[in-house]
Design a protein around this ligand. Structure first.
Ligand SMILES: [Zn+2]
Length: 187
């Protein structure tokens, strides 16, 4: 059985046996916060457990590296929607040690693209359309600095209410230990 079939198969039983019942909640976060973190596989279950976050507690946004890179990209939009439409009153940005985006070199990922058949012409076209692909694919050097930068992007965003605390943390991907980088109550 392939992956999708396996999922659909499992899902049929899940619904049939009403296993969803214990997850019943609303779309509004009980803990009134929105959390941005990394898509890392090690954090899928560990992060909610380590923060005592349960279904219904938070709005959860994920991407590669827990990065806010564009002030009008979809991550920033999600945070604003959480605050204005979904009653989030605090923002938590949680990066992690040993992140795949840490030290990521654009040259490496572009080489993989070429190997998978993406042509030099395609890369050129993007470049000549005014997109700095290398910059776009660049990771970060230091996770604390990266988290602090994302916190600043959100805190200083012209559309973010001034009174929303924006916290920055780094989580350890095997122990779940949190280190505080920015205490949003003090900024
Ligand atoms: Zn990561």
């Amino acid at each position: 059985m392939r992956l999708l079939e396996e999922i659909l198969d499992f899902n049929e039983q899940f619904v049939e046996e009403k296993k969803y019942e214990k997850y019943t909640t609303t779309k509004l976060p009980n803990k009134k916060m929105v959390l941005l973190t990394c898509m890392d596989t090690r954090l899928v279950e560990l992060l909610p457990k380590a923060l005592n976050v349960k279904n219904g507690d938070v709005k959860l946004v994920k991407n590669a590296g827990a990065l806010v890179t564009h002030p009008f990209g979809s991550i920033m939009r999600s945070l604003l929607v959480a605050v204005y439409q979904l009653q989030a009153e605090e923002v938590l940005i949680i990066g992690h040690h040993d992140c795949g985006m840490s030290g990521m070199k654009p040259d490496g990922i572009m080489e993989s693209m070429r190997k998978r058949g993406k042509s030099e012409a395609a890369l050129d076209t993007i470049t000549y359309s005014g997109v700095d692909v290398k910059e776009w694919l660049r990771g970060f050097e230091n996770v604390e600095e990266s988290v602090a930068h994302s916190v600043k992007m959100v805190k200083k965003h012209p559309l973010m209410p001034d009174d929303i605390p924006v916290h920055g943390l780094v989580i350890h991907p095997s122990t779940g230990k949190l280190d505080l980088v920015v205490n949003g109550y003090e900024n």
